[in-house]
Design a protein around this ligand. Structure first.
Ligand code: IMP
Length: 195
């Protein structure tokens, strides 16, 4: 395993919830936000895969701002909907609105017995001129209504396998040990061998 010493790195996201989760997962590194490097523009996510969008975001920052960085893209893949909303999870109901996205998904699954779903995160890391991808998957099911107030996005309607709480009923730490993002970041940590 390589030992790569990095003290700080840019996380290419404008999502404060993702920042909070990743800072909790990577306490030994200073995670620098886009705001902190002066990047206020919305990076267009035009790919039709999670991998593609994670790469677009990481490459945008490295190319335009010159920083090593990592980016994540996440999708909720629902079995009865053939993997939808997947890469289109953010705008499933037309606009980037979590409440409307959840309501649409609950309506779509209303008459379906199969509620199986998984969150999948792809992290793209640009480091010292090379790119590395890490994937994390968390299987579970879509609940019939919202449970809990914590977290963000689809958290109130997603219950991970083996647990009887939704992500929105868990603490940041609990979610981080089992979540898609937690697993992808764990792979990044193992790659960097920093803990
Ligand atoms: P993106 O990775 O920012 O493109 O996220 C896609 C969609 O999934 C957005 O609607 C997010 O709110 C949602 N999302 C991303 N990560 C999570 C998560 O960990 N829990 C719940 N929803 C999430």
């Amino acid at each position: 395993m390589p030992y790569i010493c990095i003290m700080k790195i840019v996380f290419a996201t404008n999502n404060p919830n993702k920042l909070k989760e990743v800072r909790q997962l990577l306490p030994s590194i200073e995670i620098v936000s886009l705001q902190e490097i002066g990047c206020t523009e919305n990076i267009p996510e035009t790919a039709n895969t999670l991998e593609g969008n994670a790469i677009i975001k990481a490459n945008y920052i490295t190319k335009n701002y010159g920083f090593d960085c990592f980016a994540d893209d996440t999708g909720l893949e629902v079995e009865a909907l053939n993997g939808a909303p997947g890469v289109f999870s953010a705008r499933y109901a037309g606009k980037a609105n979590s409440e409307k996205n959840m309501q649409k998904l609950l309506t779509e699954l209303n008459d379906k017995l199969n509620k199986k779903a998984q969150f999948r995160t792809v992290v793209a890391l640009n480091l010292k001129g090379k790119q590395h991808l890490f994937e994390g998957v968390c299987t579970g099911e879509i609940l019939t209504k919202k449970h809990g107030e914590k977290g963000f996005g689809y958290d109130p309607i997603f219950k991970p396998t083996g647990f009887n709480q939704s992500f929105a009923q868990m603490t940041l730490e609990e979610k981080g040990t089992i979540s898609h993002r937690g697993k992808a970041i764990k792979k990044l940590i193992d790659f960097l061998n920093i803990i």
